[in-house]
Design a protein around this ligand. Sequence first.
Ligand SMILES: [Fe+2]
Ligand SMILES: [Fe+2]
Length: 185
Amino acid sequence: MTQQGTFSTTDDFVLDVTRIREQVRQKMDDGPVTGTYGRESDRVIGVLNDVVATEVVCWLRYTRHAISASGIDRAQVSAEFTEHAREEMDHALRAAERIGQLGGDPDFDPARLAERSHTDYTTPPANDLDAMLRDNLEAERIVISTYQEIIRWLGDGDPTTRRLMESILEEEEEHADDLVDLLGL
Ligand SMILES: [Fe+2]
Ligand SMILES: [Fe+2]
């Protein structure tokens, strides 16, 4: 008994399992990257390496600010910076892990981190908590924009990398919100 002919002409989805089984056997050493992967994996690896650099620079900036912060509100601000720093490092590691899955090598070379990062490393005076909070808010707003662009570019071509970037983006938006609260904006 066949259901053919009962679907509308726009719903012509046919899963060609035979062809897919043939294709995946050709390049077994590509691991999870198969013929149905919808982006150039080298481009995605390059974009993810810039994300790694960005996250490491964000970790460095938050860590520096957390340690050097001084003044009456030091404890609260420093605790927030420390928590954000830990999450930025986690983002770097998750992006690096995905680069490995795509057959690339994560680039942690300190000589190139600053030039590849979307955000800047800054060192406001230790007693200027307001400048620290504003620098970090600016950085968070930059990555919110650049990660949104990356997510739109990935589209349906690489759903796993897109979900990773969406999950990181969600935390960057929480970071920006935390900083706005501390700034009293
Ligand atoms: Fe991050
Ligand atoms: Fe962040």
